[in-house]
Design a protein around this ligand. Structure first.
Ligand SMILES: Cc1cc2nc3c(=O)[nH]c(=O)nc-3n(C[C@H](O)[C@H](O)[C@H](O)COP(=O)(O)OP(=O)(O)OC[C@H]3O[C@@H](n4cnc5c(N)ncnc54)[C@H](O)[C@@H]3O)c2cc1C
Length: 242
């Protein structure tokens, strides 16, 4: 609402897949130290234990399946989709209970060219969000809070604050994270034989050449920690095309 009132345009990628999240409880047989990610048939999943038999699970599926998990039994059918041959331990998730609502969103990244206008500075999702496939939404938001707070605390004259450094850092940060999100979506959330062959090819090639997965360090260490050559069409082609 504030972004629109300030006339700040929001750009958005074309959606690539649906992505839904759910909290599961009573999954006591899930190893509380085990985080799992996998893709099989037309479902890609992620599971993150929260302790006390609770696990946060996410699932991605094709864009033409908008109604797949709709309806009052949607959360149950969503959990049933975790029964995958590639990850037999998922049985512990399937036997758990949905402990919250199931919301599905398209994955698409969005961004603003300038997250500020006179009297307004946008942070977090309002300034543009990253594909949740790499799970960085809160990290992005907290960094925004830190950068904007530091700028505000450095001056007493809030009528003339310059947020240029924040806007510049955020634009490059989100460009790099969008790049990593797109590669991750292409590998983890595409379905069918060609996608399967590409996943297999990447896993086999990266065993011999770990640099093929170097972009993934952007997720854990921050996108600024990597050289700019990793965020290029050439690196994307090396990863996706071999
Ligand atoms: C499916 C999915 C999975 C995700 N998984 C992860 C994950 O694993 N890890 C992670 O870090 N991030 C994840 N994210 C992203 C993360 O949820 C967001 O990036 C994060 O919540 C953004 O925080 P925010 O404060 O900017 O916005 P929000 O969390 O949306 O908070 C904005 C708040 O403002 C309120 N509001 C809006 N308009 C008004 C108004 N006019 N007046 C008053 N209040 C208003 C809203 O009700 C809301 O409570 C995921 C997102 C999705 C869609």
């Amino acid at each position: 609402m504030v972004r629109e009132a300030a006339g700040i345009p929001l750009h958005q990628d074309a959606p690539h897949h649906w992505f839904a999240g759910l909290l599961v409880e009573d999954a006591h047989d899930w190893d509380p130290q085990l985080q799992a990610i996998g893709t099989e048939d037309d479902f890609g999943f992620l599971a993150f234990p929260q302790g006390d038999g609770k696990v946060r699970v996410y699932g991605g599926y094709p864009l033409d399946q908008a109604r797949r998990f709709k309806g009052s039994d949607g959360p149950r059918r969503f959990l049933d989709a975790f029964a995958l041959a590639c990850s037999p331990k998922n049985a512990a998730l399937v036997s758990g209970k949905p402990a919250g609502p199931l919301f599905a969103y398209v994955n698409a990244d969005s961004w603003t060219d300038e997250p500020c206008a006179p009297g307004v500075v946008l942070i977090g999702d309002a300034a543009g969000w990253n594909d949740p496939i790499i799970g960085l939404g809160l990290s992005i938001t907290y960094r925004d809070v830190r950068l904007v707070s530091d700028i505000l605390k450095a001056t007493d004259d809030w009528a003339r604050v310059d947020f240029g450094a924040y806007a510049e850092e955020r634009a490059e940060r989100m460009r790099r994270l969008r790049f990593v999100g797109q590669i991750t979506a292409a590998i983890d959330m595409e379905f069918g034989e060609a996608a399967r062959a590409r996943r297999r090819s990447l896993f086999e090639r990266s065993a011999a050449d770990p640099g093929l997965k170097a972009h993934a360090f952007a997720v854990m260490a921050g996108p600024e920690s990597l050289p700019s050559e990793l965020f290029t069409d050439a690196h994307r082609a090396r990863v996706l095309e071999g």
